[in-house]
Structures are given as structure tokens and as C-alpha cells.
Design a protein around this ligand. Structure first.
Ligand code: PLP
Length: 382
């Protein structure tokens, strides 16, 4: 027998009560009940994003909300600074290019983070940039960006700060209003403990002023439509994935009950214990400024990284993610965001130890598990 265990950095495991909610009959999306549910989901998302601004619910994957955060905000030919350190920064690049933005790229090599000094330089040299686009957690490398520091810089300039928080929100501290983020995007299938299908966007008053001055060039992703529908309904401009909205309400209730500070602290403990375990196995961490959403492990020299992940899944049911594009076979990505507890991760580490051992690598069986437990015991008094 083999159980399937999902450790990919999206999608992630979904709590049982959320799955049961998804099995209920489909309702009418303009009913009073649906509107009340949407209102509750918006309040829950405001808490998670730490904002008093309305949060718009879009039926699409995270990239759709990213596209809304470009097409509604930037007019063709306008200058934009892009802080990129991996594939998700490159996703911004692709969307910005498609919408005709003039790009100033501020880059860090894979595994490293863009620094606030780099951004400060770019803002000094490009005072005409209308926005800075970046990523909270660069899921392709495991790097977390210092968004609070980026926001201090943009708050003191005329540029907006637009953040892809799709994998970071719910796993890493992020305070939209207190930090001064202007557009914050996230999605349902990462640390918000849901299947894919919904994406969320919140917009600051500074960003609304820019959006209102920007010609409309899109229909489905025009954020003005979402603002109007939410204010008048509360409603969505188009038929939403209302079964997912109902389910998201329950997952958000979980986060509310635990409290965001505790949720962030839990992810920090899991991440720290996982990093300690990986190093105890003689393996190297890939991210120099690691996020708490996932741990990215450098594949040791001489090991077939892709093949080993296949064995890990075939024999033990643990599904980790391979590197993408040029990192394929070179890194392993182990997610610990969302509905994950220490014993889930301990199992993954034990399975990784056994798989490495079966390939003839000199890993001391139990070393990662023991290191995880020691670190966890140190960080959390029972
Ligand atoms: C998963 C992820 C996305 C994904 O977007 P989808 O359109 O939902 O596939 C975007 N950005 C980051 C940082 C992610 O981790």
C-alpha cells in the first residue's frame, strides 16, 4: 500500500472540512447567501493580507490576477522596474512585455535575492518609473524578498509597489497596509489551503489613483469592474467559481482561528527545522535568503535529481517538485506551506533519507529526522 502525499509548492494539501464543502450542491451565485459568503471571504482575506482595502476575488489562476495587476495599472510605453530572482519574476516580465511596458530589470542570480540597495539604485536612476514589480516568495528557488524594505523605498517615491504574494501570503509575514504595498496578488492553491481556481488582488489608494488615470485596455481583468461589483453587491462582475468561494471561507476561518502571527510563526518553525534536517543530511540549501513557504535543496553532484524524485514518489508516495527550466534535475523543492504539520514533514524527510540511502549515498539514516526534532523541540515548548 502507498498513500499519496502532496509536497509540491502549489497545489498543496486541502483540509478535510474544505474538501467536504466542495462536495455540496452548487448554488446560485447571485443569491443573498452567496453574497454573504463573498463578504465573509473578503473580510477573511483582508485579515490574511493585513489590509483594510477591499480584496477582489477573481476566478482564474494566480497569473490571471498578475495580469490584472499589470493591465489595469501600466499603460503601454510606461517605465516599470522589475525586481526578479527567478521564474516567477520572469512571469511578471512576460506579462509586462505583453502589455507594452518599458522594463528596467533589477536581477539577482537564481538562489539569491534582489537587495533593497539594488532597488534604491534603480529608483534613483529611474525617477520616472511608475511601478516596481516583485515577488514575495520566489517559489522557483525558495528565496524570500525583503518586501518591507522594498516598500519603504517605494513609499518615499511616486512609484507603486506591486507584489506577487501567490506562494508567500499565509506562509511569511506580509503586512500590506503597515508596510505600504500598493497592489498585492495571491492565489487559492498555495498557503491558503485550497484547490487552484481563485486569485485575489488588493489595491491601495495610491494605486487606485494610477489605475483611474490609466486607459482601460482589458475587459475580464479590469479591476474597476471588480471594485464596482464588490461595492454594490457585494458581488463579482462575472460568474465566479462560487463553490470554491464557499470552500475558501472555511479555510480562511482556520487562519483566523489560529491568528496570522501564529500562522507565520508555525511556518517559520517548520522551515527552520526542515533546513536544519537537510543540512544534517549533508545536503545544501539552494536559497541564500530562504522563504518559509518551501525548502529548496541542491541536488548533490552525481545524483540524478529527477530520477530520485520519481523513486521517492513511486516507493513512498511523496510528491516533491523538481526544478523548472534550467534548474530541472538540479534542485528539489519541498513545500511546507498551508495545511502541513511537523509530522507530515518528518515523513517526507524520512522518505528522502531512505531514497537517498537506496541510491547508495552515504546518508546516516535518521540524522535528518533527529535534527528536525531537535530543532523543533528547541523552538517550541510543549
Ligand atoms: C504558484 C505561483 C504562481 C502561479 O500562478 P498560477 O497562475 O496559479 O499557476 C505565481 N507566482 C508565484 C510566486 C507562485 O508561487
Amino acid at each position: 500500500m502507498r498513500k499519496s502525499r502532496l509536497f509540491t509548492p502549489g497545489p498543496t494539501p486541502v483540509p478535510e472540512e474544505v474538501l467536504l464543502e466542495l462536495a455540496r450542491p452548487v448554488g446560485y451565485h447571485r443569491s443573498a447567501e452567496a453574497k454573504a459568503t463573498l463578504a465573509e471571504v473578503v473580510r477573511g482575506l483582508q485579515y490574511v493580507l493585513q489590509t483594510e482595502q477591499p480584496v477582489y476575488v477573481l476566478t482564474c489562476s494566480g497569473t490571471g490576477a498578475m495580469e490584472a495587476a499589470v493591465s489595469s495599472v501600466v499603460a503601454p510605453g510606461e517605465k516599470v522596474i522589475l525586481c526578479t530572482a527567478g521564474r516567477w519574476g520572469e512571469r511578471w516580465r512576460g506579462i509586462l512585455k505583453a502589455h507594452g511596458a518599458e522594463l528596467i530589470a533589477v536581477e539577482a542570480p537564481y538562489g539569491q535575492a534582489v537587495t533593497s540597495d539594488q532597488l534604491a539604485d534603480a529608483l534613483t536612476h529611474h525617477p520616472d518609473a511608475v511601478a516596481v514589480y516583485t515577488t514575495l516568495c520566489e517559489t522557483s528557488t525558495g528565496v524570500g524578498h525583503d518586501i518591507a524594505a522594498f516598500a519603504r523605498l517605494t513609499a518615499a517615491s511616486s512609484a507603486l509597489l506591486v507584489v506577487d504574494g501567490i506562494s508567500g501570503i499565509g506562509a511569511m509575514e506580509c503586512r500590506m497596509d503597515a508596510w505600504g504595498i500598493d497592489v498585492l496578488v495571491t492565489g487559492s492553491q498555495k498557503a491558503l489551503m485550497m484547490p487552484p481556481g481563485l486569485a485575489y488582488v488588493a489595491v491601495s489608494p495610491k494605486a487606485w489613483r494610477k489605475i483611474e488615470a490609466t486607459p482601460v485596455r482589458n475587459f475580464y481583468f479590469d479591476l474597476r469592474r471588480y471594485r464596482k461589483a464588490l461595492a454594490e453587491g457585494p458581488d463579482t462582475p462575472f460568474t465566479p467559481a462560487n463553490t470554491l468561494i464557499r470552500a475558501q471561507r472555511l479555510a480562511l476561518e482556520r487562519l483566523r482561528a489560529e491568528g496570522m502571527e501564529q500562522v507565520w510563526a508555525r511556518h517559520a518553525r517548520l522551515a527552520q527545522a526542515t533546513r536544519t534536517a537537510v543540512q544534517a543530511l549533508g545536503l545544501e540549501l539552494f536559497a541564500q535568503r530562504p522563504s518559509n513557504a518551501l525548502t529548496v535543496i541542491r541536488v548533490p553532484a552525481g545524483v540524478d535529481g529527477t530520477g530520485l524524485l520519481k523513486k521517492l514518489e513511486q516507493h513512498f508516495g511523496y510528491k516533491l517538485a523538481d526544478g523548472q527550466d534550467t534548474l530541472k534535475g538540479k534542485i528539489w523543492r519541498l513545500s511546507h506551506m498551508g495545511y502541513v504539520d511537523p509530522f507530515d514533514v518528518l515523513g517526507a524527510i524520512a522518505a528522502l533519507e531512505l531514497t537517498l540511502h537506496s541510491q547508495g549515498l552515504a546518508v546516516p539514516l535518521g540524522a535528518g529526522v533527529a535534527a528536525f526534532q531537535r530543532e523543533y523541540a528547541r523552538a517550541q515548548a510543549l
